[in-house]
Design a protein around this ligand. Structure first.
Ligand SMILES: Cc1cc2nc3c(=O)[nH]c(=O)nc-3n(C[C@H](O)[C@H](O)[C@H](O)COP(=O)(O)O)c2cc1C
Length: 190
């Protein structure tokens, strides 16, 4: 198997990270890979916002609000531990990045192609990190879509859509995933 195929098949979404820092030099290599994604019309529609502690802290009031609204009716103890988990999902990943893609309200096809290019860029980024032993999780939870998140991070909602948060770090555990067989999705037409 080639190195690329090996990386493609072995990459898994990682949900639990070690506390070890990810060196900026490794992130920079991954950003370079992200920049080399295929991109029709060369619009470079992706933006990566790496969130430090202060930026993450600004998200916490909304994290808490969203979390409480999901746990209505639960016991005080369950709510307390649910809140802790929700805060930890934002504060504990060694790397947390909001990724946005350019909006083009006047051209929905351009916007769709730009979203596709941004997804390619994210995959390049994640695979580059994977090649250096670092796992990622792409997340589209409610906090990634809240208006207050755009305000807190200074992302202009009229020009960019946040397509997700990327969490990254050295994997604590590697989940296994069932995948389809090739025959389930591939059709050769005559
Ligand atoms: C657009 C997109 C959004 C995702 N959002 C979430 C999410 O909100 N929470 C989560 O746990 N995983 C999320 N994932 C990761 C998927 O759950 C994961 O890719 C899937 O389970 C397959 O596992 P694998 O990446 O290890 O192959 C997302 C993946 C993509 C591509």
């Amino acid at each position: 198997m080639t190195g690329i195929q090996e990386a493609l098949l072995s990459r898994r979404t990682v949900y639990r990270f070690k506390e070890d820092e990810v060196e900026n030099s490794i992130l920079d290599v991954a950003f370079k890979a992200a920049m080399h994604a295929p991109n029709h019309k060369k619009t470079n529609p992706w933006r990566y916002y790496v969130l430090g502690v202060s930026a993450r802290t600004l998200l916490l009031p909304e994290v808490e609000r969203l979390s409480r609204s999901k746990m209505l009716g639960q016991s005080v103890n369950d709510i307390e531990s649910g809140l802790k988990r929700a805060v930890s999902k934002i504060m504990s990943p060694p790397v947390l990045i909001a990724v946005s893609s350019a909006l083009t309200p006047s051209d929905s096809f351009r916007e769709m192609e730009d979203y596709a290019a941004t997804a390619c860029s994210i995959q390049n980024f994640c695979l580059s990190l994977w090649g250096n032993g670092i796992g990622t999780q792409w997340s589209t939870g409610a906090i990634t879509r809240a208006d207050s998140t755009y305000e807190a991070l200074g992302i202009p909602k009229d020009r960019e859509q946040i397509v997700g948060f990327l969490k990254a770090g050295y994997p604590e555990t590697l989940p296994e995933k069932e995948k389809l067989d090739v025959e389930d999705f591939r059709t050769y037409l005559p």
